[in-house]
Design a protein. Structure first.
Length: 238
């Protein structure tokens, strides 16, 4: 069984090398069987692509997929559709979610769940973040509960795993190419009855995050409305 961890990156020359090597060391010690790490660069303007190539040459477990188009959703969708791994996972390059939770994420898939996600708000989770981002995140979740009767406690945490079978079934139906991709994927999975397991995690906000909050709010708000009110065959890409 092959487990492949994807790291979507954009202009991350400062922490790419250290994060990849920390993750690699952790996986070697804690994951039994075959695994791979794939750096998915989506249009970086700094030296990130160069560093990704160097890391792929230095470590046999590391691959580099260099894309010209921007968008985390686009990067993950493209990479996952190309992958032949049995379990596909991804995490943010800042490693905000503590790696100690990764085995539980993988085990949830092995135990029969279709998707496993880290949750910063499930019982037992420990989260350190600014009040403004906490408030926005909780308000967005409330909106999803109203629109979709969603029971999940967190949809945006960058710490997820999915089976190859389910990825190949759902990904062609996703439209978002940016930050709403995570939520869109989970909403489609919920609407189709796939089994989703939440893993409470310890998560610490990265002060150097590339996340642009106003852009994410816009993307997620209108993305949710499009799924709720547009039939899938007519829902435009965004």
């Amino acid at each position: 069984m092959l487990i492949e961890v994807f790291l979507p990156v954009y202009n991350e020359e400062e922490q790419l090398k250290s994060s990849v090597e920390i993750l690699l060391g952790f996986l070697k010690k804690n994951i039994k069987g075959d695994f791979a790490i794939t750096i998915v660069d989506n249009g970086s303007k700094d030296s990130t692509p160069k560093l990704a190539k160097e890391l792929s040459k230095k470590h046999k477990e590391v691959n580099a997929l260099l894309l010209k188009q921007r968008g985390r959703g686009y990067a993950l969708k493209t990479a996952w559709l190309q992958s032949e791994a049995d379990i596909m996972a991804y995490m943010d390059i800042d490693l905000s979610t503590r790696l100690k939770h990764f085995p539980a994420l993988v085990n949830a898939i092995k135990q029969g769940n279709d998707i496993a996600i880290g949750s910063r708000y499930a019982k037992g989770a420990k989260t350190t973040r600014s009040f403004s981002r906490w408030f926005i995140s909780r308000a967005f979740l409330l909106m999803l509960k109203i629109l979709f009767f969603a029971r999940l406690t967190d949809m945006q945490c960058g710490f997820k795993a999915i089976t190859k079978k389910v990825a190949k079934e759902i990904l062609p139906q996703t439209k978002n190419k940016d930050w709403f991709f995570d939520t869109e994927l989970l909403l489609l999975a919920m609407m189709r009855g796939y089994k989703i397991k939440e893993i409470p995690v310890e998560w610490v906000e990265d002060s150097d995050s590339r996340v642009v909050i106003p852009h994410i709010i816009w993307d997620c708000f209108f993305g949710s409305l499009k799924i709720r009110f547009f039939p899938k065959e007519k829902r435009p890409e965004h």
